[in-house]
Design a protein around this ligand. Structure first.
Ligand code: KG4
Ligand code: ZN
Length: 334
């Protein structure tokens, strides 16, 4: 089956065509990051207007480069949440219209499930594992028994990890989105130079908190800092985030006896996180999998892949189904 997927939950306008679980026919992304960087963050109204402008072109390109006509599609699917309401409406409305026009099923996909399954992209079976979904909007830790059987172990109490990266980058004058810039500067920095708090590291649960760290960085910066200190500040901040993410994820794998650990979402591209997690995996004998390159930040291919699993089980939705802007663990975890 050929699936056309549309993703417009935040500031990426994306469309992809996937055949089965693994044949990528097209993978198109228009990033609005440059537009939003002017404002220092995503402006929902600006995002939805740009989705409206760009989506027809992005979908046309996805179909043309896949060499398929809408009549060849087995389903048209779209992210229905969580995300920005006005942005989600653009993608889901377009997908519903295309599905009706093509006379094929429509399916609404949960954005978090898209990230969560992306480390297994191409595979028909999802093995038991611990999944860390770490992005600009979410920091979620799941115990996964199989496809569709997810238990939420923990989540952030305040800011998402990516949000903390972006806010600290803004304080440092590094632009938006700042995660990549902090990652780049941290590579040459000394992570042990500045002692910053590891929020909830010893809380005994699987929840996270990054707002205390953000405040600690702000108070530190208010005392003044030299341009030359930037790499050390970035490395010290990054290490504080990474230490907690890695410690809790691997403790969950240990306590629940899961041999596989996955990391997905935009922050899973972070070099510090990847290195620390690899070392921990080697030490603890766990198998570590990341979302493949191109599928870490928001994209439509991960939505198509999650949809492939649902469609293989005969699931589809009515075109009257509404969007779900807020993350509701019950809708994903049952
Ligand atoms: O998954 P994503 O595209 O969007 C959400 O679903 O939220 O993640 C975007 C987030 C942003 O906060 C961005 O700064 C962060 O991922 N990010 C990174 C890196 N690349 C992207 N954070 C740290 N290091 C990176 N290399
Ligand atoms: Zn995302």
């Amino acid at each position: 089956m050929r699936i056309l997927a549309i993703e417009t939950s935040c500031d990426e306008t994306a469309a992809a065509v996937l055949e089965g679980f693994d044949r990528i026919l097209s993978h198109e992304i228009f990033s609005q990051a440059a537009i939003h960087s002017e404002f220092g963050g995503v402006v929902p109204e600006v995002a939805s207007r740009n989705h409206l402008d760009e989506l027809p072109r992005v979908v046309d390109r996805a179909l043309a480069s896949a060499g398929v006509d809408i009549c060849d599609l087995g389903a048209v699917v779209a992210t229905s949440g969580p995300g920005l309401a006005a942005a989600l409406l653009v993608g889901t409305s377009a997908a519903k219209g295309l599905a009706l026009g093509a006379g094929c099923p429509f399916l609404a996909v949960n954005h978090i499930e898209g990230h969560l399954l992306s480390p297994f992209f191409g595979e028909a079976e999802i093995p038991p594992h611990i999944a860390l979904v770490v992005s600009g909007g979410h920091t979620l830790l799941f115990d996964v028994r199989k496809f569709g059987d997810y238990q939420l172990l923990g989540r952030t109490r305040d800011d998402a990890a990516g949000e903390a990266f972006d806010k600290v980058a803004k304080m440092l004058g590094l632009g938006y989105p700042g995660g990549v810039e902090i990652d780049r500067l941290a590579r040459t920095g000394n992570s042990a130079r500045f002692a910053l708090p590891r929020g909830m590291l010893d809380s005994g649960d699987f929840h996270f908190s990054f707002s205390g760290l953000k405040t600690a960085v702000r108070m530190f910066l208010e005392k003044g800092f030299a341009e030359a200190d930037l790499p050390d500040i970035c490395a010290s901040f990054q290490a504080a985030v990474v230490d907690v993410l890695v410690a809790k994820t691997f403790r969950a794998a240990h306590e629940l006896g899961r041999p596989i650990v996955t990391m997905s979402g935009g922050v899973s591209a972070n070099a510090g996180l990847r290195t620390t997690a690899r070392l921990r995996a080697e030490k603890s004998g766990k198998i570590l999998r990341f979302a493949p390159e191109g599928l870490r930040t928001d994209n439509a291919l991960m939505i198509a892949y999650a949809a492939a699993h649902h469609l293989a089980r005969g699931t589809s939705h009515s075109v009257t189904l509404d969007i779900s802007p807020n993350f509701d663990p019950a809708s994903l975890c049952g």
